[in-house]
Design a binder for this molecule. Structure first.
Ligand SMILES: [Zn+2]
Ligand SMILES: [Zn+2]
Length: 268
């Protein structure tokens, strides 16, 4: 479906065209949410849910946008390579949902979900454990009070590696283009935008949630403990490897701890 839209373009045109599409979506979604949360007439009432009470500095926002545009271009590079390999018959990325039985689509989406959960957690964990990878990843940690633009504010090589499952999953098993890109966009881009938006509204996952990663958990990774909360979607791997940190864990370690951002009574 998506493959057909860009078929026939040589690689040197495919990457820039896809990059323009990706950057457009980045500016539209992250820019729209940023304007709504910080610049609209609803900004004052939204502030009650802001995780960090101080405002984000404008030079930080400019840095996030500059890094985000570059990094989104890297993501689209992974997609361009995957598309080029498909056009030339090197991988098993397919365009028509009827190419395999329909039951295969949810099964393959679950496969993409599991591969991405394990890969993104492991790579993020390694970035904080390896001196070499930390040199790359610390770029993202300059943004200690992130905004929606921060979802892509990584060093370009960091984001290229994070998006690389798009490139190598079609070599592991057949995957419909919409399923692959849609799952990546939902988990890494849309959910990641929520994680970096810097707001904890009550209708989103709670800081006390053990199942899902909430904006509180990722804010804690940016502004609190670098050694915890490596997950971007579910908390399973952080729980398994003892790197999950919730307000309740902090209370257990330090009974005087009060989660000022939680705005709800702690459960323990
Ligand atoms: Zn990190
Ligand atoms: Zn982050």
């Amino acid at each position: 479906m998506l493959l057909q839209l860009f078929e026939g373009l040589p690689f040197y045109a495919l990457w820039p065209v896809l990059a323009a599409v990706g950057v457009g979506w980045y500016l539209l979604i992250c820019g729209g949410l940023y304007l709504f949360l910080h610049r609209s007439r609803y900004a004052a009432s939204a502030r009650r849910w802001k995780t960090q009470l101080q405002s984000t500095r404008s030079d930080q926002v400019r840095g996030e946008i500059r890094d985000g545009v570059l990094s989104m271009s890297m993501v689209m590079g992974s997609i361009a390579i995957a598309f080029w390999c498909s056009y030339n018959g090197y991988n098993r990325l397919y365009a028509s949902p009827s190419e395999y039985p329909l039951w295969y689509i949810p099964l393959s989406i679950f496969g993409v979900f599991v591969v991405m959960e394990v890969f993104e957690w492991t790579f993020h964990w390694a970035c904080h454990r390896s001196d070499l990878l930390w040199k790359v990843h610390k770029h993202h940690h300059r943004y200690a009070n992130p905004t929606p633009f921060g979802v892509m504010a990584d060093a370009p090589i960091d984001m290229f590696i994070k998006s690389s499952p798009i490139l190598w999953i079609p070599f592991l098993f057949p995957i419909w283009d919409v399923a692959l890109i849609g799952t990546f966009a939902t988990m890494n881009f849309l959910y990641g935008t929520y994680l970096h938006a810097g707001f904890d509204p009550p209708w989103m996952p709670s800081p006390h949630s053990r199942l899902l990663v909430s904006a509180w958990h990722h804010n804690e990774h940016h502004a609190g403990s670098l050694d915890h909360n490596y997950g971007f979607f579910t908390g399973f791997l952080d729980i398994l490897f003892g790197t999950r940190l919730t307000p309740d864990d902090k209370v257990a370690r330090r009974p005087s701890y009060r989660c000022t951002e939680c705005r709800e009574p702690a459960t323990s």
